[in-house]
Design a protein around this ligand. Structure first.
Ligand code: IPE
Ligand code: IPE
Ligand code: MG
Length: 243
């Protein structure tokens, strides 16, 4: 355990809340509630493990397609979760950031989350990033608009646009480690569903079969162990290959 390399940025697509509830004959919203409880614990576990950035896909730009009942249950849950998260962050020296376009959320929710971000901005142990109305294509589109505005204003030549400038125009630019080292998606699904398409270019991916509400610290440790067994080459040569 002590020699384990801890990934700096771990991203999680928490999936399977609905199926967790269905298996128990419960309404989907109770699956989301159980998912929130699992998340609260994992935030603390991740900070204890020494992870520096933990990002969570909480609500996607496509999730508005769900029933109104489910969407409003999720919004209610976010409301309920903010004060609990505040407590965790103050106890655990954890800073909150968000990615995504929150402007579509209700004003009180936006205010609650903005206050939480402001009040935790000096905390250092870990940054907890919530993807809220986040979609990677929307994020890239917004970045393109920012850069196009600069070109239009005569501040930038189109040919001068670098990969770094694109990274700097994404929502994740505020993070100390913007690109995930390890991406976990629970519930056995093996797809990105529009999560950090640019940032996950070289992430190691891990897809446990567990449904999100069942994901515990031991599963996070297992994910880190799997990460340690991977050989990250970034398109270069295998280190073990001396030939
Ligand atoms: C993930 O669980 C939580 C959100 C997308 C908000 P799901 O609600 O997608 O659960 P399944 O995939 O239906 O089981
Ligand atoms: C991805 O899960 C979005 C979040 C976890 C917030 P979904 O359950 O919405 O994705 P699909 O529909 O299975 O691709
Ligand atoms: Mg799902």
């Amino acid at each position: 355990m002590s020699e384990m390399k801890i990934p700096k940025h771990v991203a999680i697509i928490l999936d399977g809340n609905g199926r967790w509830a269905k298996r128990r004959g419960l309404p989907r919203k109770l699956g989301h509630k159980a998912g929130c409880e699992a998340l609260e614990q994992i935030v603390e576990d991740a900070a204890r493990l020494g992870i520096k950035v933990l990002s969570i896909y909480a609500f996607s730009t496509e999730n508005w397609k769900r029933t109104q009942d489910e969407v409003s249950a999720l919004m209610q849950l976010f409301r309920y979760y903010i004060p609990r998260l505040r407590k965790r962050c103050f106890e655990g020296d954890i800073k909150v950031e968000t990615i995504g376009d929150m402007s579509l959320f209700d004003e009180d929710l936006i205010r609650g989350i903005d206050d939480l971000k402001r009040d935790t901005k000096d905390f250092k142990r870990m940054t907890f990033v919530l993807g809220l109305n986040y979609g990677s294509r929307d994020e890239i589109r917004r970045a393109a608009v920012k850069l196009a505005e600069k070109v239009k204003a005569g501040e930038l030549e189109p040919e001068a646009i670098t990969e770094e400038m694109i990274s700097q125009s994404l929502d994740t630019a505020v993070l100390e480690y913007p690109d995930p080292d390890l991406l976990i998606r629970t519930s056995g699904e093996q797809r990105l569903s529009n999560f950090m398409l640019w940032q996950n270019a070289y992430a190691e991916m891990y897809f446990p079969e567990l449904l999100w509400p069942d994901f515990k610290k031991a599963d996070l440790v297992k994910a880190v162990e799997v990460y340690n067994s991977r050989d990250r080459r970034y398109g270069g040569r295998n280190e073990a290959d001396n030939g």
